[in-house]
Design a protein around this ligand. Structure first.
Ligand SMILES: [Zn+2]
Length: 270
């Protein structure tokens, strides 16, 4: 028989970091957020925003903004630590909570008439009672693509990865009026000057930095010579799949695209 009592979880963000119990083992996932609530939550109860429920759980958000909570029973972790340590499904709940926090912060006033907006009680939206404009959390689709050529994969280094020396698959935001596949062709051509073929959807991943949805593709090299744009991309090369440079870890969609590319190449060579 199903229990009638739902578990309440509070996603509490302080200074853009998630609060967790001080002693928590993060690999145990978000179950730990229920304990946190009991200890320190009372003080912040009035600010809680309901963000998600199903038959068993209720999720609430508390955004303390820049306020830093000092309490011996809690510590704060960055979203990057969440993505690296928590189970994937749990990370997605944290990502959702964070994206709602960003949404609520950035929609206090109406973009059409400038009046103060109010939160809609039955869906995640902000509404302007002066002009009836309604806003929903922004999701920005971004394509990410692994390109293969025989047993080589194209990996690039952007300005941001220069310091870490790390090479990754190409990625870029989808523009208005463009299909995802068109974005793949355009981004690849703009960033490295290549044409690709056999573009195939792989998987997707919400990426709350701050509100992207990464849509993963696999593609094959068609034609062209690598020519980097020198701005977004500073270096790009074909790497032998068995001799890769530093690449993104497997919890990220880039890491999974590289793994899938490796599998495809192994299948072909059998
Ligand atoms: Zn308005």
């Amino acid at each position: 028989m199903r229990s009638m009592i739902k578990t309440k979880r509070y996603f509490i963000f302080s200074n853009d970091r998630l609060l967790v119990p001080a002693e928590a083992d993060l690999s145990a996932g978000i179950h730990l957020l229920a304990d946190l609530a009991e200890e320190i939550f009372a003080e912040y109860a009035k600010q809680a925003v309901h963000i998600h429920s199903n038959d068993d759980v209720e999720h609430h958000l508390v955004d303390m903004q820049k306020e830093i909570l000092e309490h011996e029973s809690v510590r704060s972790i960055s979203l990057r630590e969440v993505v690296m340590t928590m189970p994937k499904a749990d990370f997605q709940h944290v990502a959702q909570a964070w994206q709602y926090a960003v949404f609520l912060r950035t929609h206090q006033f109406c973009g059409r008439c400038g009046s103060r907006m109010s939160r809609v009680s039955w869906e995640m939206a902000m509404h302007c009672h002066t002009c009836n404009h309604r806003c929903y959390p922004r999701v920005s689709p971004c394509i990410i693509v692994a390109i293969r050529n025989g047993n080589k994969i194209l990996l690039a280094q952007g300005e941001r990865q220069k310091e870490s020396g790390f090479f990754s698959t190409l990625a870029g935001f989808v523009e208005s009026g463009e299909t995802l596949e068109e974005a793949v062709h355009r981004e690849v051509f703009e960033e490295v000057g290549l044409k690709v073929k056999n573009v195939e959807y792989f998987n997707s991943q919400p990426w709350p930095f701050p509100h992207s949805l990464m849509v993963g593709y696999l593609a094959e090299f068609d034609s062209g010579d690598i020519q980097v744009d020198g701005e977004e991309i500073i270096e790009a090369h074909w790497f032998d799949i068995d001799n890769l440079p530093n690449v993104p870890p497997k919890y990220s969609i880039a890491g999974r695209l590289i793994e899938e590319t490796r599998k495809r190449m192994q299948k072909k060579s059998v």
